[in-house]
Unconditional design. Structure first.
Length: 311
């Protein structure tokens, strides 16, 4: 009896779901999220849900007969970013008994092939700062760390708001040039990798994207008494339930401005954020942001690394 074994990388089928979810259970301390996103990833018109499987053929030379079987061992998802110049890599999961066989590298190759087919210029992904193995995987596949980010999570509590002469308002399209000029001169913007977060994907924050965000009324600006921009925040509330701050920026000497911006954001009337509602806040890693989060009652923090590579 002889065996041929082949690793096959292919697009997922809906009937792969149950088998994949069996090994996407205890990825993190709290479990995993793949079961929540499988359907949306599978039907993503601007991406691909990818499966890795080992195909084996058992055959008998004397009888010249064989029997094929396959085992699903890994999954990942690649998404074409809104500007269509970058792809986002996410959700790489390898069945525990098939790790250290370069399966993840083959998934990455397949996702990069998708980027080439779409004519993109670069690819990106995030990795937990505590996940050394995933960092090494990124580096071995040509990715370079471009920025560090903090993710804060907590719940809305009552905070009094006193702007102390700082004007905070929702930006309008006429502000686009001045806001972008502010960002291009900002050290925090440089630390961010010139990126913002949207549904756990880090996208380039270029002028076109900024203009789109402003049009959607989710960019807030803080101004001094002479109308100079001294802070920027991008916010959103997904499905009317999940509030997120997608980008935070102010001068390190303007700690109070950042505090006022955050409190203003979580109290916006049109977002209707209720007391004790969950908050998710993403910020480029800068030390003074922790002080602001502590002030509004958020102490839970995780650090993520943003990786990119040219295609």
């Amino acid at each position: 009896m002889d065996y041929d074994i082949l690793l096959k990388i292919r697009r997922a089928q809906q009937n792969d779901k149950d088998e994949v979810l069996k090994f996407c259970v205890n990825t993190f301390d709290w479990g995993d999220y793949i079961h929540h996103v499988w359907d949306s990833w599978y039907s993503d018109p601007n991406g691909q849900l990818i499966i890795a499987e080992y195909e084996s053929e058992e055959y008998t030379k004397q009888l010249n007969t064989g029997r094929k079987s396959s085992t699903t061992v890994a999954v990942s998802h690649v998404h074409l970013c809104p500007n269509r110049k970058m792809i986002w890599l996410e959700g790489i999961r390898i069945r525990s008994d098939y790790r250290r066989r370069h399966v993840a590298t083959e998934l990455i190759k397949k996702m990069l092939e998708y980027g080439i087919e779409q004519g993109t210029e670069e690819s990106a992904a995030i990795v937990s700062a505590s996940n050394v193995r995933s960092q090494l995987l990124m580096q071995s596949n040509g990715f370079v760390k471009v920025s560090k980010w903090n993710y804060f999570s907590g719940y809305k509590t009552h905070n009094s708001l006193s702007t102390n002469g700082t004007k905070i308002r929702i930006a309008d399209l006429e502000d686009s040039n001045s806001i972008f000029k502010y960002l291009k001169s900002s050290e925090i913007f440089k630390l961010s990798g010139e990126s913002y977060v949207d549904m756990w994907r880090w996208y380039p924050l270029d002028f076109t994207t900024l203009h789109h965000l402003i049009a959607n009324k989710i960019v807030l600006v803080a101004e001094s008494v002479d109308s100079t921009i001294i802070g920027v925040v991008v916010v959103n509330k997904y499905d009317g339930e999940q509030f997120q701050i997608l980008y935070l920026d102010t001068n390190a000497n303007q700690l109070s401005v950042l505090k006022h911006l955050v409190i203003y954001a979580v109290n916006l009337d049109y977002l209707k954020i209720k007391e004790h509602e969950r908050l998710q806040i993403f910020s480029p890693k800068v030390p003074f942001v922790h002080s602001v989060m502590k002030y509004i009652g958020i102490n839970q923090c995780e650090e993520f690394l943003l990786y990119k590579r040219k295609i």
